[in-house]
Design a binder for this molecule. Structure first.
Ligand SMILES: Cc1ncc(COP(=O)(O)O)c(C=O)c1O
Length: 414
């Protein structure tokens, strides 16, 4: 379509005009993927190498690549609609907002965006408005996106480079350290705590039992708002629509993105509870985004929610959870020195590879026909994110290829 005669030509232009470091990184890591065809959970590199996708861009492709129902929805929508005018109410925007609020205990109003970072920024701004405070607390190695406020909540690797770190207003405490959290909140000067239910980019460390509920309690005790970032843990991956309720927390704000647009049209949302949504009554023009709540995206997102909430989908997710849990337990029993730990809540999974590290496994797995990515902020952990609509056969294939890859990498380390 673009007139390239070979992959090498694509890579040359990508290096020259797009992102030299990232392009080179993947070649060096032995994952020379340039995605060509994509369908269901399968990706085919332009040179023909086929892989099953268990990266899913953090859940963007929860329902598969080019899910036929979502493609039909978008195709139908594009015959009648475009992105719409963001200043006016529309049926699609109103209906999606209503559907999200009805599916989310504690939610009251919805602000749409086109990326997770943008929705996180809206959540933080709303919390600052509601409390009149500036301080935001997140966890060490947090990752909530790269937009203006979101990036300041995250790891210094991403904020310092752009002079976007701001330690006076953005404070970080270690994950699972309740004492550090309560001490930080005790000054009663914090607008919000923002937490992923299970921090993805940090390799999915599991919250200790009761930790998140205790953080929420500490928030309530100090007039602090709780923002749940469900960009990765939401939309059915834990077995429930949102993961945070399973931890006994009703957040003041819930942020969703990625899979909400079905991998076909970017849409994200900050679901604001009544304590946080006040600015929408006072000045509805206070936050604006031309593409936020684009009508095409709303059409796709409504279908995503419908598919995700179907009893058949939920039943499939639970069957896949059982299958994957058993397969991983067998692999760990066989190779405990390689696969040193399994972090799992439903289909949110981090595989610990201790001294071997996750990158070698990632590369071997790619060769064997599965694409799963290492955790940027904990390279010992492989993010392993099976899709919600995988069949038993596909899941078995993934597990077999994983076993073969881990055996091979472990063998080379004996
Ligand atoms: C937990 C979490 N929050 C927010 C974001 C930011 O989303 P986006 O890349 O759409 O801005 C990400 C992206 O990976 C994420 O993983």
């Amino acid at each position: 379509m673009y007139g390239y005669a070979s992959k090498a030509e694509v890579l040359a232009d990508a290096r020259r005009y797009w992102n030299p470091d990232k392009t080179t990184f993947w070649q060096d890591e032995g994952v020379p993927l340039v995605v060509g065809d994509r369908s269901g959970y399968r990706l085919t590199d332009v040179d023909g190498h086929e892989v099953i996708d268990v990266h899913l861009n953090g859940g963007t492709y929860n329902l598969g690549h080019r899910n036929p129902e979502l493609v039909a929805t978008l195709t139908h929508a594009v015959r009648h609609l475009d992105i719409g005018n963001h200043h006016f109410p529309t049926p699609g925007r109103a209906a999606l907002a209503r559907r999200l609020v009805e599916a989310t205990p504690g939610a009251d109003k919805v602000v749409f965006g086109s990326s997770g970072g943008e929705a996180v920024d809206v959540a933080l701004k709303s919390a600052r408005y509601a409390t009149g405070r500036r301080k935001i607390v997140s966890v060490v190695k947090a990752y909530h996106g790269h937009t203006g406020l979101a990036v300041a909540t995250g790891d210094s690797r991403f904020s310092q480079l752009f002079r976007s770190d701001n330690p006076a207003e953005f404070v970080q405490v270690p994950f699972n350290d309740l004492d550090a959290m309560t001490a930080t909140l005790s000054g009663q000067d914090t607008a919000a705590v923002i937490m992923e239910t299970i921090p993805a980019t940090y390799g999915f460390p599991m919250p200790e039992p009761g930790y998140l509920a205790a953080v929420k309690q500490a928030c309530e005790d100090t007039g602090t708002l709780y923002i749940a970032d469900e960009v990765q843990t939401g939309l059915g991956r834990t077995g429930e629509l949102w993961g945070v309720y399973g931890e006994g927390v009703t957040p003041d704000v819930l942020v969703t993105g990625k899979g909400l647009g079905g991998g076909l049209y970017p849409v994200s949302a900050a679901l604001l509870g009544p304590a946080v949504s006040g600015w929408l009554e006072r000045d509805g023009f206070a936050h604006m985004a031309t593409f936020g709540g684009a009508e095409l995206g709303c059409a796709v997102a409504a279908k995503v929610l419908e598919i995700t909430q179907r009893p058949e989908t939920r039943a499939n997710v639970h069957r896949r959870i059982d299958q994957v849990t058993e397969g991983l337990a067998d692999l760990r029993a066989e190779l405990p020195h390689a696969l040193t730990g399994i972090r799992q809540k439903g289909l949110v999974i981090g595989l610990e590879f201790g001294a071997i590290g996750a990158k070698q496994v990632m590369t071997e797995l790619y060769r064997q026909g599965v694409w799963a990515i290492f955790s940027t902020l904990d390279p010992a952990v492989l993010q392993f994110k099976p899709g919600l609509l995988l069949t038993e056969q596909e899941t078995a294939e993934i597990l077999t290829r994983l076993r073969d890859a881990v055996r091979k990498v472990a063998g080379s380390h004996v």
